[in-house]
Design a protein around this ligand. Sequence first.
Ligand code: BGC
Length: 786
Amino acid sequence: MYFILLIAPKMNTFKTNHLNKSIFFPTIAYLNYWPKPKTMKSRYTFFLAFTILLTHYKNAGAQQPNINQIVRAMSLEEKAALVVGAHTMPGNDGLLKKEDRVPGAAGHTYPLSRLHIPPIYFADGSSGLVIGQKRQTDTAVNYYTTKFPTGTLLASSWDAGLLRQVGNAIGNEAKQYGVDVLLAPAINIQRNPLGGRNYEYYSEDPLLTGKLASAMIQGIQQNQVGATIKHFAGNNQETDRHNINSVISQRALREIYLKGFEIAIRESRPWLVMSSYNKLNGTYTAENKDLLESVLRKDWNFSGFVISDWFGGKDDIQKLTAGNDLIMPGNPQQPQAIVDAVKTGKLSMAQLDRNVSRILKVILNTGSFKKTPRGHTPDLAAHAKLARIAAAEGMVLLKNEQQTLPIKRGQKVALFGSYGYAANLFRGSDQKYQQNIAGALASAGYLCTTALKSFYEQFITERRAAAYQRNRDMSSNEPMVSKEMIDAQGQEADMAIITISHNNKMGQDKNVDTDFNLTATEKELIKNVSEKFRLLAKKVVVILNVGCVVETASWRDQADGILLAWQPGLEGGNAIADVLTGNVNPSGKLAASLPVKYSDVPSAADFGSYNNAVYHEGIYVGYRYYTTFNVATAYPFGFGLSYTRFNYDHLKVYPPVAGRPVKISFRITNTGPVAGKEVAEIYVSAPKSAIDKPKQELKAFAKTKLLKPGESQLITLTINTIDLASFQTGISAWVADKGAYTIMASASSTDIKLKGVFVLKQQLTKKVSDVLKTDDVSDELKQNDF
Ligand code: BGC
């Protein structure tokens, strides 16, 4: 009877639904079966399993099984199994092996076969889906995925629409290949140029990070594939990564290290958050209730579930208690320990139920649960095309003296550096082809000299084949090129292009001497080539294929052009050629400042320490530091050249009325010779206050459409008044002081084009949870320190 009532409201829909029969017949079958289960509990379980099964087969307009009912039907053992990843568990009930259907995925949940709850699959995917290319079930098929550019490059596009498209493509590959949740995007702040995972992370600025991450998440989740925002939080170094204690003031946390997560969670509702490896102010983030409950759920209304990083944290019971719902990747002892903890009262059943419910809520939305058809045929050609567009959009032209670039038609290029002949991929499966720069220039009709091609191809084959096979690291040990060879190239070619390639080392931070600074061999190559070519009045261009910012100030005078190509993915060669030849006019701008020297970085003195990483610089990260303390950079945050010029005018600032946002509008005109796009940045200076304020902060940005020469675009942007606020520690509140705020429409953090002022008539205050305190960073950097 109960069952009939439950489905009754759906009967009308069923009449017009082609799934009628599949619902109706099992219903009759169930009613016939009704007297058979012997106890109430077995009746209930049967009924529930049956409802879940129905939902499985009937995803459109489905009645979602009630999560509380499922939790009530679960045994303690099943609950304990669900909160622990099943990846490294042995075959268990046999189902696991059969269900292990996405080889190369990072992990999956435990299947509850009795309740028809399938395992859901997680795969990495910061710059493209990471899964195995082969499956035992169909050895003839290659499960190719698309290697997109890394996070830093995507962020340098300043183009939310582009990130949405890339997210959509990665999400589509995940959906097609049976992955339910992507472990992306990774959005920690690039605190220091040596950060080992900076290449994945977006920026030194939380607003840019948060807005672009939102777009990426929306793109992924358009496919009914979940996104996981990670690593939450304070995961800014790789040294001692499983133990390091990030010591960060409440203010720096709220304004810098949590802000990007907050924006993305509020604006795009990712399904998952991944806690990080590190401790935060003394407690592992995976075990930190203040972080996972008070900040994430109470202050920000996060409604998905929290997953640990792989082997992150130490105390599993504390993780569950703190609101880290799923422990990854899982080992066979963990579920039993959880069962014991409930039996001894160390973990309450109510808490475990909360963890289970949150996981189930997501599972019920996944493709695996809904049996979404998997085509296994993503449009790889379209995705490669998008990867090429994205790569060219995020490259940053740092220098271009006397219009060295684009390369003039008919010029013969001497292409130095092995990256020009074997593009640099790392980690993950990818499509089988890879176009390097030499090949891409040739297909675009530009000639490279043949002697260098043979020289580098031989070098790659003979001396580095082994290293390449092992870790695809093409960056170390560039060969010395003899002066004789450089002389001959100078005679033969019309210009020189030198590629410098630094790769990422998983799980490690970078070195100042070989990663941030160019190596002695690289510097010597630039010097020798520059001397020879300039003597002959020929130009020299340097292309930087790097995951994060490097030193440029000591050698940039030897180059006429510098293109920061980042790590551009599988279409990198073509994208670089697009920019070099002018097929694409560069429009990327720096999402992180390029310091003159490493010691200028505000966190330089103690970055990469063991045990405690004390964030002495507080809120003064990146341009907030350089602009406030007048420290010159090699290239400032937000900087990037174009082959054309832009004019900014007609700034109008509409002050906020009745709680509405500040509105800003201005006009950008392409005043140069070719079509191009401009990134416009709005910085705001707050009025003087009782607390330190950085000189300026990015509060909005926009990228124009492709403007033809002479064409203009009116840009309109808004800023919510509460987003003008700073975090005041004593009262644990966001406070926007009343007074005059200066709005600066800028082409970079130091190139201010237009200024306007508005007055905030009343102070605004917004209280948040007073948590995550520390006394250990009392000597935080302040302006009057200088
Ligand atoms: C990384 C995560 C990743 C996980 C699964 C960890 O080592 O820190 O970013 O998602 O492995 O591959």
